[in-house]
Write a protein that binds this ligand. Sequence first.
Ligand code: SF4
Ligand code: SF4
Length: 150
Amino acid sequence: MVSALCPLPIRKGVAMQKKRVVLSFPPHLIDQAVTYKLIKDYDLMINIMRARITPKEQGRLVLEITGKRAALEAGIDYLKEVGVEIQPLAQDVKWHEDRCTHCTACISICPTKALDVDRKQMAVSFKRDKCIACELCIPACPYQAVEILF
Ligand code: SF4
Ligand code: SF4
């Protein structure tokens, strides 16, 4: 399952959506123009956030993909059809509970309440299914309790 789409401001009457995903390429797809096809054929905007590609081995890319909802879904279907594994970047977000001091510095910064606090117990918790991998909490945490593993 890919993470929930993040709504962006409506431009020219069309709501744009954004996803941050990790793509894993099998060796035979590494030199194919897969991301170019997303731009050209599906009218998507692609921002390559991280890349780890070794010739003749599996490659991994972290992409931010922006476009109309239908185009995004079609582009993701295309990736799956050609054999690219796709997963939400949030799967690579790791909250180190043992490092967290429950200082709450991240709570007002996290836009989705993936990091949340139980005010009675003053205990912070992380809910991966709400995380959109925006990375805002990473510089905000003084104890490096949140990490992107990619
Ligand atoms: S990356 Fe951090 S700030 Fe962003 S949604 Fe996930 S937990 Fe919240
Ligand atoms: S900022 Fe870091 S240490 Fe403080 S509550 Fe958030 S995750 Fe825990």
